[in-house]
Design a protein around this ligand. Sequence first.
Ligand SMILES: [Zn+2]
Length: 274
Amino acid sequence: MALSKSRLSQWLLPRHLSVRTFDGDGDYDEDAGELLPAPRLSVAAAQAVPVAALAGVLAREDVEAVAALAARLKRTRPDARQCNGGAWTTVYLSCGRAFQRELPALASRLVRAAKRAAADQMGLDLRGVDLRVRCVEHHEMAAGGALADECHYDSGSVLTIDVMLAAPGDDFDGGALWFPGAGGARAAGLARRGDAVVFASHRYHAVRPVEAGTRRVLIVELWEGPERGCPHRCQSATAPCVFDDVGSPAAAGPRKRFSWPPRRGAGRVHSAAE
Ligand SMILES: [Zn+2]
């Protein structure tokens, strides 16, 4: 379904929101804004983009492989672990490009599925847009954990893929993903382990409190920056990231924007995207 211009024009960008100068928490961050790709969609326009549902995108063995990688990185790369409050931790599976190198078939399957969903279910024409992995995150949220900020969005990314790794109703209760903008719909499509949703990254999204058990999800964000292997949600699409310990030709970027010490925001550990 293509989004008509008239439909998008109903969503006016609020004066107090500037896509390029706010991070995903809504905090003003002018330096990070300069280092992120220019947005394809304003935050306001993104609220009208449908959420795509992909049933059974991961098989049981895929889920187990992701869990094993997360467990190993937790032990071996403490810098890839982030605590978002007592009940919620994140491990960056893209740290050292571990996810991309060790699970390449799974990684490319998810990226392909997201691009197809963008065209078929979301009405986004991304032909000619070179999307790469910005970050791959493993989230564990125990009882009491939530992503409560209703203005949270994944600033600087184009598509966000959210894959359910736990069994709703068995492994945890509560913890529903929902979309505060454009009617506040609960996400359909995360009913079973292995299901995924894909949404425009600038769409507001939140998670209801987990009431019991542990909710686990895999998040992949695609952006127009270089593929990253740094142990965080990279804020630097146009300069080499000083935290990227692997490096790649694509990560070199335009040298003129590189400076030392890193500018404020370049190495910022972002509040985990959900
Ligand atoms: Zn980085």
